[in-house]
Design a protein around this ligand. Structure first.
Ligand SMILES: *[C@@H]1O[C@H](CO)[C@@H](O)[C@H](O)[C@H]1NC(C)=O
Ligand SMILES: *[C@@H]1O[C@H](CO)[C@@H](O)[C@H](O)[C@H]1NC(C)=O
Ligand SMILES: *[C@@H]1O[C@H](CO)[C@@H](O)[C@H](O)[C@H]1NC(C)=O
Ligand SMILES: *[C@@H]1O[C@H](CO)[C@@H](O)[C@H](O)[C@H]1NC(C)=O
Ligand SMILES: *[C@@H]1O[C@H](CO)[C@@H](O)[C@H](O)[C@H]1NC(C)=O
Ligand SMILES: *[C@@H]1O[C@H](CO)[C@@H](O)[C@H](O)[C@H]1NC(C)=O
Length: 558
């Protein structure tokens, strides 16, 4: 890429030091954007208008992402409708920064079963200077609702992967035309959870779409993930059984786990560094006469049995005993505070499991988990794999060959998607690539985040903020401030999206990323502590002296 050298460097642009500007040469109107798509059948621009500096945008009726994007730089905002089959369509939003475009494209992902353009997350991308895109994935719904999928195989295909790919191809086309004379330099993706799955799927099935992919807590094995959630919910039911553990108990359970495991790395700091190193004795939670009948912080024997099951990986008992099948990892040690988020309400498992099984997999609104759910359900769902939703094509040769880089991360305290799922994905991909003589470390790295919950947020003040998908908008005061991701730390050492860009463009492979905990998750209150997260299988280790809340006093080592 000979012309690449003239592109102003990423950090320079972000710090406002760049003298050369990349400016739009097309106008921002429905007609002019439509003209850029001229030859594309089935694509129609619904909206295009200019947003001025420090502007805001939100879409009435976007029930998945109702919050406005704020603090926007001046940009052209456009919304495009794409017909994907005779019975389906999806839309995508695209933000095209005016004068401070950084020459790059960024697509951002979705969450849960949500159908809607993720405007607020696009705003984050635009603030970096990316031309930023998000698709509604072909339906309109909140995160746990799958009514849209019933009897609609084409809508399932859109959610599974077609909409992100199609939107990416069209967004690039618009970008190439809109900034005519300046070529689009690189393309990136960032998303977490379902967004993580979308990223993994792109690397596997659409290797030309992105140069760099950031995939957090990916729900990559969709059928197993959602049915596992159904299973863990069912384990803790019915609510009137002796074994039922009410959600309110999980705080006390978490405290007990922390007490036992915190020090297993030698440092008592509220952070369980390596959950596998703790010899957890759950029986210490049993109610004894010392509790004097106060059962709010202890478990009855039947409840203890329920809890023990929640930490066991799923095994298919119906399979031939000589080939018992491992179905899915289970909750990680340290994820207790968020475990109830995987349970359901009204004496039923989570809608993440029941909606998915009934309406997405089996296409049968009458499917009833009490009657129809068993070990065989997992195999049946894998066979059906509607829309090709599972990201299980582990040969990343094509993505590797085009120079693609994949960064993944996962919180150890994630109570919605087990961190073991990211390890399983890593190990399977490792095997697929090793068999082809390719070292995974050269283009795919995994970072576990001790104490981080699902995609963001931390337990016991663990640092969790590093610029991952959805993280910026989780900080409480971000919207009200004219600051954006990692104020004061706008570099690849503290911001994993920038680290990805540096890996792709400067061949600087990330070894560690410094995660930040702001006091009360509020930027204005300042930094409480920072700690590096390390590329798997390395871990952060205290160097032996200095403040444990300062990242420099930790190193990544095996
Ligand atoms: C940006 O807009 C917000 C909300 O309207 C306002 O509070 C803030 O002062 C504005 N910032 C600047 C730098 O104009
Ligand atoms: C959200 O943005 C829309 C314009 O897209 C604007 O009309 C509305 O007032 C904004 N809402 C808030 C709460 O700022
Ligand atoms: C999405 O559906 C809701 C009703 O559930 C509706 O109010 C809203 O207008 C729809 N949004 C779009 C973009 O169609
Ligand atoms: C997009 O186009 C389809 C036709 O393919 C139409 O059914 C749908 O209502 C359109 N969506 C919007 C938001 O205009
Ligand atoms: C039961 O234990 C909880 C937590 O330690 C405490 O807050 C509560 O006051 C206790 N209740 C009784 C009746 O002792
Ligand atoms: C922490 O942030 C929350 C949410 O913004 C706020 O309600 C609370 O008052 C803050 N607490 C402190 C101690 O600042």
């Amino acid at each position: 890429m000979g012309s690449f050298a003239v592109l102003p460097r990423f950090p320079a642009i972000l710090l406002g030091l760049a003298t050369s500007v990349l400016a739009a040469t097309s106008t921002c109107s429905v007609d002019s954007i439509n003209a850029l798509l001229a030859a594309t059948e089935g694509a129609r621009v619904l909206e295009a208008h200019q947003i001025s500096s420090n502007g805001t945008f939100g879409q009435v009726g976007d029930i998945a992402y109702p919050s406005n994007a704020t603090n926007l730089p001046p940009l052209c905002l456009t919304w495009v409708n794409v017909t994907s089959s005779p019975t389906s369509s999806y839309t995508f939003g695209l933000m095209l920064p005016d004068n401070d475009w950084n020459g790059r494209f960024l697509a951002v992902g979705n969450g849960g079963f949500s159908g809607g353009v993720n405007w607020i997350e696009m705003g984050v991308g635009a603030r970096y200077g990316f031309a930023t895109m998000s698709t509604d994935t072909g339906h309109n719904s909140t995160g746990q609702d799958m009514s849209w999928a019933l009897g609609r195989p084409e809508a399932k295909k859109d959610w599974a992967g077609r909409s992100l790919h199609g939107s990416t191809v069209l967004a690039k086309k618009i970008i190439e035309g809109y900034y005519s004379g300046t070529a689009l330099q690189r393309s990136y993706y960032s998303g977490c959870s379902t967004g993580g799955r979308q990223g993994i799927k792109s690397a596997q099935d659409y290797p030309e779409d992105f140069d760099g992919i950031l995939a957090g807590a990916p729900a990559w094995w969709s059928t197993r993930q959602q049915l596992w959630q159904l299973k863990v919910g069912a384990i803790n039911l019915p609510e009137d059984s002796l074994g039922y553990i009410p959600p309110v108990m999980f705080g006390a359970i978490s405290d007990q786990v922390l007490q036992q495991c915190d020090g297993s790395d030698g440092i008592v700091d509220g952070i369980i560094m390596d959950p596998t190193k703790c010899n957890l004795r759950l029986e210490k939670l049993l109610c004894t006469p010392a509790h004097a009948g106060n059962s709010s912080t202890c478990l009855a024997e039947a409840q203890l049995q329920t809890l023990q099951q929640l930490y066991l990986p799923l095994i298919d008992l119906d399979a031939d005993v000589h080939k018992l099948e491992y179905l899915y990892p289970s909750f990680g040690v340290g994820s207790e505070q968020q475990m109830p988020a995987s349970f359901g309400q009204n004496n039923a498992p989570s809608l993440y499991g029941t909606e998915y099984a009934a309406k997405y997999v089996f296409d049968d609104a009458a499917w009833d988990w009490r009657r129809d759910f068993g070990a065989a359900t997992f195999a049946a769902a894998d066979r059906l794999d509607p829309g090709d939703v599972n990201a299980v094509h582990h040969d990343l040769s094509a993505f590797h060959a085009r120079g693609g880089k994949l960064l993944t991360y996962h919180g150890h305290a994630d109570g919605l998607i087990p961190p073991g799922a990211s390890r399983l994905l890593h190990d399977r991909t490792y095997a697929a690539m090793a068999a082809r003589g390719v070292a995974l470390d050269g283009f795919y790295r995994l970072f576990f985040v001790p104490g981080m919950q699902h995609c963001g947020g931390g337990v016991y003040d663990a640092p969790w903020f590093f610029g991952g998908g959805g993280q910026a908008t989780t900080l409480t005061d971000l919207a009200s401030q004219d600051v954006w991701p990692l104020p004061g730390f706008q570099d690849g050492e503290h911001d994993i999206l920038r680290a990805l860009v540096e890996w792709v463009e400067e061949d600087k492979a990330p070894q560690r990323i410094v995660a930040t905990k702001f006091k009360n998750d509020t930027i204005a209150q300042g930094v409480l502590r920072q700690r590096p997260i390390c590329k798997y299988p390395e871990q952060a280790q205290y160097v032996g002296n200095g403040d444990i809340n300062i990242a420099a006093n930790w190193e990544c080592a095996l």
